[in-house]
Write a protein that binds this ligand. Structure first.
Ligand SMILES: *Cc1c(COP(=O)(O)O)cnc(C)c1O
Length: 375
């Protein structure tokens, strides 16, 4: 039977189990404990952030970030359109409405010019959005400098969704550390994983303290369980934080392995007519969390869906690039500024198997399967 090759699977190192065992031996099987504190500190060191709160998912971290900014029903929040639903769903948890912005071709992320124009226009109309959520897609940072500048000009808080881009850089620094808050994910398919988990980071200690408070049912400092606000149960387990500590130690290896996948694919397939790989913007280093490419069906001979189906028959999992959020049935009421680039990337874009644990035989099988489709 043919071995399935999946898109992105967990890849444990040698320390994770040791940390988990430690949690068992000390009976810290709870959403508090020494691994959580250490994971938060070590995470800050790795990405160069000042404060971090470990939580149960990246989505939870985004929800907390928006709540801390004070997003309310009826507010408008700017959001990248080319992304996974979790970038935008927390906006709707708070009763606010996303305003989507198209990508640029250099990074596939939010187009800073469109953001600036949109904020200028909204300012003119006297109804500025309450926040901007920018995503760093597939391991590549958005062009942060002009985005930060536009947000500063209109005094709008910036939240960075760096769920897919832990280990990347923008001008030498980690994305997620440029906005008022940044969030990361340790879901099973991400570059490092705790099976499920997330992190909220900020330079502002008060925001992170408040995030922990809200993530722990917003319990006032009283012995009798008093609550003046409604909170959530969003804290990460100490057991899972142990996995995270182990994973964090080998992040650089995982980035190297994913970049190696990309290089191997690009070398073998990059010269085929109609195949173009996701560019790496000059302002930073991408992790290549997922290797993405676009297919021009007229030149290549088959389209991305035919490739996907042919590879699925050979037990190789490939996926289309994210369907833009402005095309999602749940967001038909929401406005999108531009959208043609995100739509084109969705129509022609494909994500290849990209796990850091793929073997050279796995990569060769994927390459052969795609090359065979070119007439
Ligand atoms: C995975 C992901 C999230 C959500 O993270 P979870 O930990 O799965 O909740 C948010 N945004 C993007 C872009 C993601 O890829």
């Amino acid at each position: 039977m043919t071995k399935p090759i999946l898109l992105s699977t967990p890849h444990m190192g040698s320390d994770e189990l040791k940390f988990v065992q430690e949690a068992f031996e000390t009976n810290w099987i709870a959403p508090v404990g020494p691994h959580i504190d250490a994971f938060e500190q070590e995470f800050c060191q790795v990405i160069g952030a000042s404060h971090a709160a470990a939580v149960s998912s990246g989505t939870a971290a985004l929800h907390l970030a928006l709540r801390l900014i004070g997003i309310e029903p009826g507010d408008e929040v700017v959001c990248s359109t080319l992304t996974f639903i979790a970038t935008a769903s927390p906006i709707t948890y708070l009763g606010a409405k996303p305003l989507f912005i198209d990508s640029d071709r250099t990074s596939w992320n939010m187009n800073p010019d469109l953001l600036r124009e949109t904020l200028a226009k909204r300012s003119h109309q006297g109804k500025l959005p309450k926040a901007v959520v920018v995503v760093h897609l597939y391991g590549q940072s958005a062009d942060l400098a002009p985005i930060v500048e536009a947000c500063n000009e209109y005094e709008i808080p910036l939240i960075e969704d760096a769920a897919e881009s832990l280990g990347a850089t923008y001008k030498g620094r980690s994305p997620g550390t440029f906005g008022q808050m940044g969030i990361f994910s340790f879901n099973g398919n991400k570059i490092i994983t705790t099976s499920g988990g997330g992190m909220l980071v900020s330079e502002d200690a008060d925001l992170v303290t408040k995030a922990r408070f809200l993530a722990t049912q917003a319990r006032d400092p009283a012995p009798h369980y008093q609550h003046s606000e409604i909170g959530y149960n969003y804290r990460l387990s100490n057991v899972l934080a142990g996995i995270g500590r182990g994973q964090l130690r080998i992040l650089a290896d995982r980035v190297a392995a994913r970049r190696h996948n990309f290089g191997t694919y690009q070398q073998a397939l990059g010269k085929l007519p109609g195949i173009e790989f996701m560019p790496e913007a000059t302002f930073g280093r991408a992790t290549r969390w997922l290797t993405c490419l676009t297919v021009d069906p007229d030149t290549f001979g088959v389209d991305r869906e035919q490739i996907r189906l042919a590879l699925a028959q050979q037990q190789i999992e490939v996926r289309p690039v994210w369907k833009p959020l402005h095309l999602q049935p749940v967001f038909t009421e929401c406005e999108c500024i531009g959208g043609a680039i995100a739509e084109d990337l969705f129509d022609r874009g494909l994500c290849l198997p990209s796990g850091s644990n793929l073997t050279s035989e796995d990569l060769a099988r994927v390459i052969q399967a795609i090359a065979n489709l070119h007439p």
